[in-house]
Write a protein that binds this ligand. Sequence first.
Ligand code: FMN
Length: 196
Amino acid sequence: MSVQSKVIVVYHSGYGHTQVLAEAVLQGALDVGADAELMSVATLDDVNWDKLAAADALIFGSPTYMGSASAPFKAFMDASSKIWMERGWVDKVAGAFTVSASRSGDKLGTLTQLSVFAAQHGMIWVGLDLMPGNNSSKGSEDDLNRLGSTLGVMAQANADEGPEVVPPTADKDTAKALGGRIAKVAASLTLVSEAA
Ligand SMILES: Cc1cc2nc3c(=O)[nH]c(=O)nc-3n(C[C@H](O)[C@H](O)[C@H](O)COP(=O)(O)O)c2cc1C
């Protein structure tokens, strides 16, 4: 029996690279039958809190700026403190993705920040189940999870190339995998809670 989960990909993108990843995460969720949509948090006026409240899963996406989430995404995080007070997102599924110019670029700082954010809200964190790619003599830049992340999706986009070129297909496919995984986990949790 399959259940359609409601997934929202909540993101900020200053220059379009995170947006490309958000679209890939969305596609991954749609591919497994989820009712999924994007929500930009570029300004707090863009945030539809009622829609977020109705979702089964929220997948957070921010570029890595100065080793952490971007200021607009942080503004969204801070604005969610009202929801935190009401325990409004408890037991929703959460996951995250980020992109930076450098291969490390301190992206782990961003994913850690977003996982703590989800934990504060009592959400259920889902990371990547993909093995690390490109870490042996047989590996390549085309491998899924080429940057070897587990907490969430890490992508890399050369600083002098636009979002029509980078991040590369391997990173977009990794983002798709996270979208699909989270949509499926959210659907199974919905089944469990309906049966209880
Ligand atoms: C203010 C600012 C800070 C940045 N800090 C980092 C950083 O800490 N590490 C890194 O590798 N790249 C850094 N970058 C590069 C961005 O992470 C990279 O260009 C990313 O693809 C931007 O995503 P966006 O197009 O969605 O905004 C920074 C860029 C800006 C504008």
